[in-house]
Structure formats: C-alpha cells, structure tokens
Ligand binder design. Structure first.
Ligand SMILES: [Zn+2]
Length: 179
C-alpha cells in the first residue's frame, strides 16, 4: 500500500510528533484523492473545533476545498463557512481576508457563482472597512511541502515566526526559509 509506505517514510524523518491522520489527509489531497482527503480533514476539523484549537479554521477550509475539488460542493460549503466564521469570531481579520478572498476565487473558478457571491457578501459585512496593514511577504522560498506533515506550504497560509522561520498552519512545525 502506497499510503503505508509513505507514512513510514515520513515518520522516520519526523522531528515533531504529527498526528498520522494529518499526514494521511495531506497525502490524499496531494495525490488528488479529494473525497478521501475531505473525510479525513472533516474528522480533524471536528476534533480541533471541539477543543477550540487554533488550527481548526484551516482544517475546515481544507475539508471544504477538498469537497469542492471532489465535485461535492454541497458537502463542502458548510466546512468553508465554518472555517471562515471561526476566523471572524476570533477576530483574525487579516487571515479572514486572505482565506475568504481565496475561497471566493476558488468557488468562482469551479462555477459555483451563487455560493461565491454569498460568501463575498458575508465577508463584506464582517471585515473591517479599512484593510489592516499586513506585512506583505517578499516571496520567501519555503519548501513546497511541510517536512513534518506533508501539507502544501503557501506563503499566504503560514504564520511567520521571524524573518526566516514560518510555522506550518497544519501541524505547527517550524519551517525554515530556504534562502
Ligand atoms: Zn506541517
């Protein structure tokens, strides 16, 4: 089984304790097994949400995105909405703006215009009018995937701990800029 092999391989090189289910979810997503990835992210998100975990919004968003990519948008919308709602509740407006904009764009790309419009209107109503000034990243060279959990690393999804160190949004491992 590919999955087994992959997991063992990853675990050997692990510096941090990362839940195997998260590695499995990221692996399924990267292989294009979106239905499977969605099921796993939904489980992870539910657990994280239940304990008020800081990464719950990202997990919900990834679950929703996987559903959309699997052609199951109706199942994904509640996850997308929950993820964005949590960011709003927690007052994380710069992240809400980033993830919200991206969600709207992705839904539009998949022809889900009315769902996209609904979320865009909601964003408009909750986001502060004046965009908060964000440190725009200068295109740092992160590895493509988190060495610990296998999540794709996007400069707009990680939290920067300092100039050269980002924190993986999925497992919390520090990742060094490769410059
Ligand atoms: Zn990670």
């Amino acid at each position: 089984m590919m999955r087994r092999v992959f997991r063992r391989h990853i675990r050997k090189s692990l510096a941090q304790e990362v839940p195997p289910i998260l590695q499995e979810a990221n692996f399924a997503f990267s292989k294009g097994e979106y239905g499977r990835a969605a099921e796993l992210f939904e489980q992870i998100a539910r657990a994280a949400d239940g304990r008020g975990g800081p990464r719950a919004p990202l997990f919900h968003l990834q679950a929703g995105r996987a559903r959309v990519l699997a052609g199951q948008a109706a199942l994904g919308i509640p996850s997308l909405e929950r993820g964005l709602e949590l960011l709003a509740q927690r007052g994380q407006f710069p992240r809400l703006r980033r993830f919200g904009t991206r969600t709207v764009n992705e839904l539009t790309e998949h022809g889900l215009k009315s769902e996209a419009d609904k979320i865009a209107a909601w964003l408009e109503s909750v986001l502060p009018k004046v965009p908060s000034i964000e440190a725009t990243s200068k295109g740092p060279a992160l590895p493509r995937h988190c060495p610990s959990c296998g999540a794709p690393l996007r400069p707009d999804e990680v939290e920067w701990l300092d100039e050269v160190t980002a924190e993986c949004g999925y497992c919390g491992s520090p990742v060094k800029d490769e410059h």
